[in-house]
Design a protein around this ligand. Structure first.
Ligand code: KDG
Length: 338
């Protein structure tokens, strides 16, 4: 199994029970989550040696975040303790035509204030196969943006494959700042994951001339953006999940991938959403797992879409599914049950 490193922020997640509005709730459901932590949990569930790198406060809340990761066999050896606080995010889960609402309380978290000298990156990346980060981490603070670049430099010094999920978060930074910082970080990236909105907000790409006679307009737009992205940054693959929103809870779910030569659109699942937070992370993890397993880009994409379709049925940020469950869904029809 491969050694995979992810680095970012893990937060305490406080969500209203059921579909209650914030103002109704007199208690919260508690779990932990964060883009890169969610990816590490999925990869550990698939049997990979998944390391999550972060900094958490040296107090019982920091310990609880680590315990939540250890429960799923995520390797926490490189988690540093110190700083003032763990970030929190509050979630009110939407339903039908009411969208979910997220409120962040994460300023000055331990990882947002961390210094590159807190970590021995060459040791962390020694013998590693893959490094995954998201556009959330450089967005949380200027220091975290510097930390992310230091990690990326070390990953490349150690010949590690790098993936990014662009993950634009408008509550964390402006498009101008995102583009300035993320454009520079793309020089280290091999596999770029992001939907059309991410590609535009984070990297400034817009669909140009699309051959509308060739079929689906949305897919033609994706193909055009993917071409521009590979031309500019020389990515090995550009990938996006595709959500067709019928309502806040019912969706079509598929994905597409491009390697500079061939464009492939996956099978589509009709999903009823229980919890969509972490859906993108489970997609990234499924893709990484598929590529690390040596699957073709098409099979890796099918694995990623099935893994993330399953995540949407599970409350919480983490995707607690096994390889066998994903493979059964990949092998069945798109409406299939595991
Ligand atoms: O991808 C899941 C994340 O959106 C969630 O864990 C919260 O990390 C989070 C963020 O910054 O939005």
């Amino acid at each position: 199994m491969a050694k995979v490193i992810t680095m970012g922020e893990i937060m305490l997640r406080l969500s209203t029970p059921g579909f209650q509005r914030f103002i109704q709730a007199d208690s919260f459901d508690v779990c932990y989550g964060g883009g890169e932590a969610n990816v590490a949990v999925s990869l550990a569930n698939y049997g990979h040696d998944a390391y999550f790198v972060t900094k958490v406060p040296n107090n019982p809340i920091g310990e609880s975040a680590i315990a939540a990761l250890r429960k799923f066999n995520v390797n926490c050896d490189h988690i540093v303790k110190g700083g003032d606080r763990l970030g929190i995010y509050f979630l009110e889960t939407g339903a039908s035509m009411r969208a979910s609402t997220v409120v962040y309380d994460r300023a000055n978290s331990a990882i947002a204030e961390a210094d590159p000298s807190d970590f021995d990156f060459d040791k962390i990346f020694e013998g590693a196969d893959w490094f995954h980060f998201t556009g959330i981490t450089p967005a949380i603070s200027d220091k975290a943006a510097v930390l992310t670049e230091e990690a990326l430099k070390a990953a490349k010094r150690n010949n590690v494959t790098v993936s990014v999920d662009l993950n634009y978060r408008k509550k964390l930074w402006s498009t101008e700042k995102a583009q300035r910082i993320m454009t520079n970080l793309m020089q280290y990236v091999d596999v770029c994951i992001g939907n059309e909105e991410d590609a535009e907000k984070v990297l400034g790409f817009k669909p140009g001339n699309t051959d509308v006679t060739s079929g689906d307009l949305e897919l033609a737009g994706y193909q055009d953006i993917f071409k521009q992205m590979i031309n500019k940054f020389n990515f090995k693959y550009v990938v996006s999940s595709l959500r067709e929103s019928y309502s806040a809870s019912d969706n079509g779910w598929s994905a597409c991938i491009y390697d500079g030569n061939e464009f492939y659109h996956s099978k589509k699942y009709n999903i009823r959403i229980v919890d969509r937070v972490g859906g993108g992370d489970s997609f990234a993890a499924g893709l990484i797992c598929g590529l690390l397993d040596g699957k073709s880009m098409k099979d890796a994409l099918e694995y990623a879409v099935a893994a993330s379709a399953l995540k949407h049925t599970i409350p919480g940020d983490f995707n607690m599914v096994s390889r066998a469950e994903v493979e059964t869904l990949v092998g069945g029809d798109a409406s299939g049950r595991v």
